[in-house]
Design a protein around this ligand. Structure first.
Ligand code: NAD
Ligand code: IPM
Ligand code: MN
Length: 370
């Protein structure tokens, strides 16, 4: 059996709490001989700043590059509000994405049947929902230069962020979206703002070309990102795969998270290009949510987004799709049993802490595997 090298980066706030529940799964998979994971743990975000005054150390960056997959918790929090911009906690995550060239961020929003009433939308709008947002992750306004604040000397300052996209960046994220759609409901909706932004004009043009040239059998629709957000809340089931840029993808995926009941439910996979020789790809798996400072340290965090992110690692990095399916089934069964962390709690359901939820999911997985 192959040994898979994982680097765990728990980070800050609820990051270590939800990572603990993934660790529980990994320990069991190793102990039961189902898989062989070799894990190392590093510091990122505020935790790395406290230890080394950086957002991630060179040593941990090297480990991330060497690992078969990185499993990431969350970074940030008010404690580091005043640290220099270059070493703020979030910079560690951005560097990981950029230096590992993780350009494709898959953010699936699935409504578990037991949670059809947990969303702020009506049951009929989200029951059976299964969509994926494909977010471009290494370009756009997150990384474009110049990115500056200049003192104009008259009591005024000027802040500049720059949105930049080259053809190849749009082509490769487009291909990821079309390939994914082929395995699903065969539909891609591309979102940009071509009515205001030059990058939107190019995005639209390149998506159209890739579609025509390489994926004519997939349905492609174009939607302006603002009304796309509206449609996501109005009738999300009209979508299958949404492909969009870095910033719109960040915002639209937090919106999509609420369709599933909670931000604590949404996992993600950040993937690089597949290497032609080794057939491997760099990958980092991270929940969509942040460090949730408001609930950190109280055992209130929902670990499902983190656990499902590990499920995506099983699927995309380790060819263990069957095990990932079982993990999804285990989550569905636990939710069907009425167990709920605080974020998805409703009348008549049983309250669970982060740990109790993690334990229950493992127990179900063990049953499914027996
Ligand atoms: P957040 O995602 O941390 O929290 C938003 C709300 O959702 C909070 O009320 C929180 O309690 C709730 N929430 C989030 N995850 C939850 C979970 N697993 N279970 C239950 N409830 C959950 O967003 P924020 O408050 O805007 O940001 C806080 C910090 O996190 C900031 O420093 C931000 O930069 C950082 N952040 C980090 C990541 C990341 O590391 N990937 C992602 C988003 C935000
Ligand atoms: C996310 C987060 C990050 C982003 C931050 C923490 C850098 O919000 O992964 O959604 O904006 O990409
Ligand atoms: Mn975000």
């Amino acid at each position: 059996m192959a040994t898979h090298k994982l680097l765990l980066l728990p980070g800050d706030g609820i990051g270590p709490e939800v990572m603990g529940e993934v660790k529980r799964l990994i320990d069991w998979l190793n102990a039961s001989g189902i898989a062989k994971f070799e894990t190392d743990t590093g510091l990122v975000g505020g935790a790395a700043f406290d230890a080394h005054k950086v957002s991630i150390s060179e040593g941990d960056m090297a480990k991330a590059k060497d690992a078969d997959a990185v499993i990431f918790g969350a970074v940030g929090g008010p404690k580091w509000d005043a640290v220099p911009y270059e070493v703020r906690p979030e910079a560690g995550l951005l560097r990981l994405r950029k230096d590992l060239a993780l350009f494709a961020n898959l953010r699936p929003a699935v409504c578990y049947p037991a949670l059809a009433d947990a969303s702020s939308l009506k049951r009929e709008a989200i029951e059976g929902l299964d969509i994926v947002i494909v977010r471009e992750l290494t370009g756009g306004v997150y990384f474009g230069e110049p990115k500056t604040i200049t003192d104009l000397g008259n009591g005024q300052k000027r802040a500049i962020d720059t949105q930049v996209y080259d053809t190849y960046e749009i082509e490769r994220i487009g291909r990821v979206a079309f390939e994914l759609a082929k395995k699903r409901k065969n539909k891609v909706t591309s979102m940009e703002k071509r009515n205001v932004m030059k990058s939107g004009v190019l995005w639209n043009e390149v998506m159209t070309q890739v579609h025509k040239r390489e994926y004519p059998d997939v349905t492609l629709e174009h939607q302006l990102a603002d009304s796309g957000g509206m449609m996501l809340v109005k009738w999300p089931k009209q979508f299958d795969v949404i492909v969009t840029d870095n910033l719109f993808g960040d915002m639209l995926s937090d919106i999509a998270a609420m369709l599933t009941g909670s931000l604590g439910m949404l996992p993600s996979a950040s993937l690089g290009e597949v290497d032609v020789k080794s057939k491997k790809r760099k990958a980092l798996y991270e929940p969509v949510h942040g460090s949730a400072p408001d609930i950190a340290g109280q055992g209130l965090a929902n670990p499902i987004a983190m656990i499902s992110s590990f499920g995506m690692a099983l699927r995309y990095s380790f060819d263990m799709g069957a095990l990932a399916d079982k993990l999804d089934q285990a989550i569905a069964a636990v939710l069907a049993s009425g167990l709920r962390t605080a974020d998805i709690k409703s009348e008549g359901t049983k309250a669970a802490s982060t740990t109790q939820m993690g334990e229950a999911i493992l127990k179900e997985l063990q049953k499914l595997h027996a």
